[in-house]
Design a protein around this ligand. Sequence first.
Ligand SMILES: Nc1ncnc2c1ncn2[C@@H]1O[C@H](COP(=O)(O)OP(=O)(O)OP(=O)(O)O)[C@@H](O)[C@H]1O
Length: 356
Amino acid sequence: MSGDDLTDPELASEAELAFEGALRPKSLEEFVGQTRVRGQLQLLLTAAVMQQRTPDHILLAGPPGLGKTTLAMIVAHEGGRPLRMSSGPAIQHAGDLAAILSSLVPGEVLFIDEIHRMARSAEEMLYLAMEDFRIDIMVGKGAGATSVPLDLSPFTLVGATTRAGLLPNPLRDRFGFTAHLEFYDEAELEQVLARAAAMLGLPIDGEAVAEIAGRCRGTPRIANRLLRRVRDYVLVHGSGRADGSGGRTGRADLEAVRAALDLYDVDELGLDRLDRAVMQTVLTRFGGGPVGLNTLAVSVGEESETIEAVVEPFLVRIGLIVRTPRGRMATPEAWRHFGLSERAPDAATALPIDDL
Ligand SMILES: Nc1ncnc2c1ncn2[C@@H]1O[C@H](COP(=O)(O)OP(=O)(O)OP(=O)(O)O)[C@@H](O)[C@H]1O
């Protein structure tokens, strides 16, 4: 994994998936942060148990790596229900969805990740399934085609999306509850990291934990990933102390964290190359903006969906960019962070991307 990939909340290698699986909290109580969402979910799940029915359908919205899959697993686990996992891109025809829905057992939790990427025909089938636990299956073709109703077992749909705005209203309205996951604050990330370090058997200093928490884009997935790189660093070099007194099995200290994260090009705000490229484009090529999303995406050679769902929410959150009706604009803080003084757009004097 390169330095860029290290802070990409969407990427996850197989080894990382196994590692994530081991670190996933299994209950709402163990789940760190998102206090409001946790309270709302707890109420919804408890009420369903008291009424002996399947919980309402749940939509989890928010940037990648904040715990949507983990929460879906918890919904199943807390209710002692089986879990079926699928994803929008895997459902390209209504038939794909019909096959899944018709094989659900009573009370099963169906998790559909990236639900906004499901085929339109499947989406329409889902409306009836969510509302009446029923689907209509088309048999035959052309004039002779007939629709045959099929009853389904009651189930709970947990949909996850990084782009709630892309879901058609009829689908969004059929979820009984929508949870908007927020980036985690540093105290919460410190808890995530301390828990993960303990599970990895990695002794780590408090200030080292705080340093990682400040550089992981408010995202537990990145926090855990950076922690793994720090663990590697300590394993190979010992702790970061100049005198090497940490030894090969040393503690992860502040020096080790700084050395490991600098090695992977993760700066003190957690910005990676793509973030920096976006900021540089806004600042130097467009004089601080406003600049439209598509122009920005083309300028940095990235898909606008990635800029909108992954890069921008974080840059907005840390106050480097604001969204205005006319486009994205850099804040005074952005000019300061990049050591530039505000000036008019001037393509001729734009810095090459590698200068930042
Ligand atoms: N609140 C939390 N407390 C502790 N660990 C967490 C929390 N949220 C997420 N994690 C950790 O972060 C990792 C990523 O979480 P998860 O896969 O649930 O994110 P996601 O939002 O579903 O991401 P994606 O949309 O990319 O699938 C998991 O391994 C989990 O251990």
